[in-house]
Design a protein around this ligand. Structure first.
Ligand SMILES: [Cu+2]
Length: 515
């Protein structure tokens, strides 16, 4: 009877709370197919709710968990379960999560609230939930074996505690952590300050950082991976699946970041300076807040950043580890940078006459262009695996080459809603563009610039001018890069050159200087 009451109450709260939370309610009731469950989170907009004392958090592509009241107690229901999530259009990953989502829906409450969280285990192994950073009685801390028995499959456990803090916290299993977290079990636990935010926040976003090892063509991440990840996500989706962060000019914006995986992530915002206002626990006093353009979020940490959106445009927001904005296909490739491809093609074709030839690889840019601008065509030519993360996606000026931990902050004047306004329309004359050769030459002559450009040869890359190459010792010049170890291909080449020129190993030089 009580259970039926809770489900009914979920429906009521959901209808007050908007479409997104309705979807969550339906998950709890098991009415949706797995696919529907993963597709539910395409637009995550919490409507203004006048009865709340705070600005609701927007967890893009995820949403917040509805609750019911039992007297003075806020009752939440988390369901640990296998899900299938569409990380990017056409790229599906088998995850474990909560209530149809990875990360699980954000739990939002207010300092002073007593919360009861029912956790039902629909996994095929025991689990538990740890409330990361929250001060609570020891028996509620969720470390299975230490603080409680693990929750067996099919059973529901009750956690109940009173919130004494405010801030950005997390929840995650503390039972078979390595597997369960790696498969996507984590979520935000956000406690709003009593009496609301001071200063008031207009847009409050929450983004969970996560990393995965999904072999090309596979559907299930490898949870045993410790270092060599190849998919990096914001809220368990990749660009362009992730929603943009839309703000009006002058909005005070907060972005909350959380991380429970193996790597740290230096998250960088373009076009704005922000204040780091919280580092896992209490809000920093104003004197301790510091301005930054990049904030690193290490494993087990949360960070809050705040800024006034006062610079109109489409601004990149991304992890600054360059591999973390890349996906599967850029991972562990043989290094062809600077290689004469014709020679290799000839040799490969001796053994594989059908070989279609290497792309004109001088870096990875060409590959992004080809994939991003004409995926179908490339798919036909290359017979790519069916389930594959994208590389490169169409942008307003060609292909956007980032696809992992990347989204776009859209700052606009004159918005009447927070619906995605499309690409920024740049005022005339404010976009970097090509200047003609004539104009270039004219400018050079005018400034009497001594700089002389050598014409760039099609398909050729050289780190050295012709003069430098002529000056190189003959044995170095004739060294075939293909015969050197891959790690020697660039750094090693330069080092050998320097060594030969000075006839002295730089290490020895340092040693001598020290002696
Ligand atoms: Cu990163």
């Amino acid at each position: 009877m009580k259970r039926r009451f809770i489900l009914l109450a979920f429906l009521l709260v959901g209808s007050l709370y908007g479409q997104n939370t309705m979807d969550m309610t339906n998950h709890s009731m098991g009415n949706m197919s797995k696919q529907d469950q993963s597709q539910q989170a395409t637009k995550t907009e919490n409507p203004p709710n006048k009865s709340l004392s705070y600005t609701p958090v927007i967890t893009p592509n995820v949403g917040s968990l509805p609750w019911t009241m039992d007297g003075d107690v806020k009752v939440f229901h988390l369901i640990a379960e296998p899900i299938r999530r569409e990380f990017a259009p056409g790229f599906w990953v088998n995850c474990w999560g909560y209530n149809g989502s990875s990360p699980g829906p954000s739990i939002e409450a207010v300092e002073g609230d007593t919360v009861r969280i029912l956790v039902t285990n629909h996994l095929n192994e025991p689990t538990s939930v740890h409330w990361h950073g929250i001060i609570l009685p020891n028996g509620m801390d969720g470390v299975s074996g230490l603080n409680q028995k693990a929750i067996p499959p099919g059973e529901t456990f009750k956690y109940e505690f009173t919130l004494k803090q405010n801030g950005t916290f997390m929840y995650h299993p503390h039972s078979d952590e390595m597997v369960q977290i790696a498969l996507g079990m984590m979520g935000f636990f956000i406690i709003h300050p009593k009496g609301g935010d001071d200063p008031h926040i207009d847009r409050d976003f929450a983004i969970f950082l996560h990393e995965w090892r999904v072999p090309m063509g596979a559907w299930t991440p490898v949870p045993f991976e410790m270092l060599d990840f190849n998919i990096f996500t914001f809220n368990s989706v990749l660009y362009p699946k992730i929603e943009s962060l839309v703000t009006k000019m002058g909005d005070r914006v907060r972005i909350r970041l959380g991380n429970v995986m193996m790597n740290s992530h230096p998250i960088h915002l373009h076009g704005h300076e922000f204040l780091v206002t919280r580092r896992g626990a209490k809000r920093l006093p104003p004197a301790a807040q510091y301005s930054e353009v990049t904030v690193t979020v290490a494993p087990g940490e949360t960070r809050d950043i705040e800024f006034i959106a006062d610079n109109p445009g489409d601004w990149a927001f991304h992890c600054h580890k360059s591999h973390h904005t890349m996906n599967q296909m850029q991972h562990n490739l043989p290094n062809l940078t600077g290689i004469n491809k014709e020679d290799i093609e000839k040799r490969i074709k001796q053994f594989f006459p059908e070989f279609m030839g290497l792309m004109n690889i001088n870096g990875m840019g060409d590959m992004f262009e080809m994939y991003g601008s004409n995926k179908m065509d490339m798919g036909e030519k290359m017979s790519l695996p069916a389930n594959l993360s994208p590389i490169g996606n169409p942008g307003p000026f060609g292909v956007i080459e980032l696809g992992g931990m990347f989204t776009v902050l859209k700052v606009r004047e004159g918005l009447t809603s927070y619906v995605d306004p499309g690409w920024y329309q740049h005022p005339k004359g404010t976009v970097a563009e090509s200047i003609s050769e004539d104009h270039n030459r004219h400018q050079m002559q005018k400034s009497n610039s001594p700089i002389q450009h050598e014409p760039i040869q099609e398909g050729a890359v050289s780190w050295f001018s012709k003069d430098q190459i002529e000056k190189e010792p003959k044995d170095v010049r004739e060294m075939n890069w293909m015969q050197s170890k891959p790690e020697d291909s660039m750094g090693g080449h330069m080092q050998h050159t320097m060594d030969n020129m000075s006839n002295m190993n730089s290490h020895d030089q340092i040693q001598q200087n020290c002696n």
